[in-house]
Design a protein around this ligand. Sequence first.
Ligand code: XMP
Length: 495
Amino acid sequence: EEIFMDKSSKTGYTYDDIICLPGQISFGVHDVTLESNFTKKITLKTPLVSSPMDTVTEARMAIGMALEGGIGVIHNNMSIEDQVEEVTKVKKYKSGFITDPICVKPTTALAELDEVRSTCGFTGFPVTSDGRMGSKLLGLVTRRDCDFVSDRRGTSVSQVMTKVDELVTAEEGVELQAANDIIHRTKKGKLPIVSKTGFLVALIARTDLKKNAEYPLATKDANKQLRVAASIGTRPEDRTRATALVAAGVDAIVVDSSQGDSAFQHDIVRWMKQQFPDLQVIGGNVVTKRQAKHLIDSGVDALRVGMGIGSICTTQEVCACGRAQASAIYNVARFAKKYGVPVIADGGIGSPGHIVKALCMGANVAMCGSLLAGTEESPGDFFFQNGVRLKRYRGMGSLDAMKKGSDDRYFGSAASIKVAQGVSGSVQDKGSLRSYVPYLVQGVKHGLQDIGAQSAEQLRAQLYSGELRFELRSAAAQREGGVHGLHSFERKLFK
Ligand code: XMP
């Protein structure tokens, strides 16, 4: 243990340098629980957080993460209005209810409808007075309504649709189970949900029924709405942003800065804690006890730890500043624990094993960028390169991202020369969070089982009692711990 301590070590170690020694197993892998604090007042059943980056977390990712028991931090490289809209989408989300269905106008010609259908792939569309969601529902038009119409330019939707008085609808406030029962009973493909006054508020699709399973781990607030976090910067105008995010119902705000121990950050943290006593405020990033102390004194509810160690980071190369991640977490977490402040291990996570090691170093939860980029839920479209399906992933300190305004994270907004502290690249397709997060979680549970800790809480207790043991790995040991000696191999992650 001494190897990690600030005073006795002049070497920084990271995840790959260390290996945990196994303990004794007296429980099954399914008995392992991972519940951990994200902040002083928010706990997660899955200790995973998606990074506030513009190729990682917008509403879809935040919804997916919260459903799987983690949480997403919506990035702030967009206007205040756009960020508020993303937060609102998460807070308004109701599993199984489509709250932004594509609608059409009664005057839309069938030819036009054919085009919409071919681009979005849906078969049935609600018809509303002005073709928008939230307006008066007039009917529903499905493929069968249009099948034998030959004059597709001259025929409008209103001539073929099923009119609202013949439609099966459900009233706003209906529970998902009851709505699903109606779909089963009536054998309908789509069930519009309408307000008392007949305005369309949501839609349920028969094809989604199977997907509408329960999410027992979901991260929810007292009103049963999904929880969501959002990031802000440290400029004066970020106070306006924070106020708007709080009004939209955000649960936590992350002050996003590569070097968190700044007077700007101390000021905005103090201001938020004073203005919004119920809001959870996360400060960072920090890698030393001294930095952590200053932010804890300002009142943060959690600390984000990591500097220059992310997969897309060049901060250590450019600024010669940062710290190897295992040492950073170990020292900050041991210190923050005395104040009851949880620690978020941010960056450098490339496998479930790295998450286990982050928890072993004392982190409460892990924040991931590259690991979650390239899922269906991350922003951007997939593309192919040399036959491999990819999505773009870029550092918020890359020139590309800074052009859009993220330079404040690196205190570069007033500078005439923009110095990149990150790169822009791509990552491989990982499918949906729906299967990917459970794979990560199961991997972490296996890790805790091998160590002999039945919960994340117990793991931390073992760390601080000295029961948990580590070794450093030599370069040869690291090679030995990876796949080696094969001519070729194929890596499949899970089934
Ligand atoms: P991973 O390794 O998960 O790292 O991809 C994500 C974390 O990296 C940080 N980040 C950056 N750091 N330059 C940096 O030095 C950058 O351009 C950059 N962009 C993101 C951030 O903490 C994120 O959560």
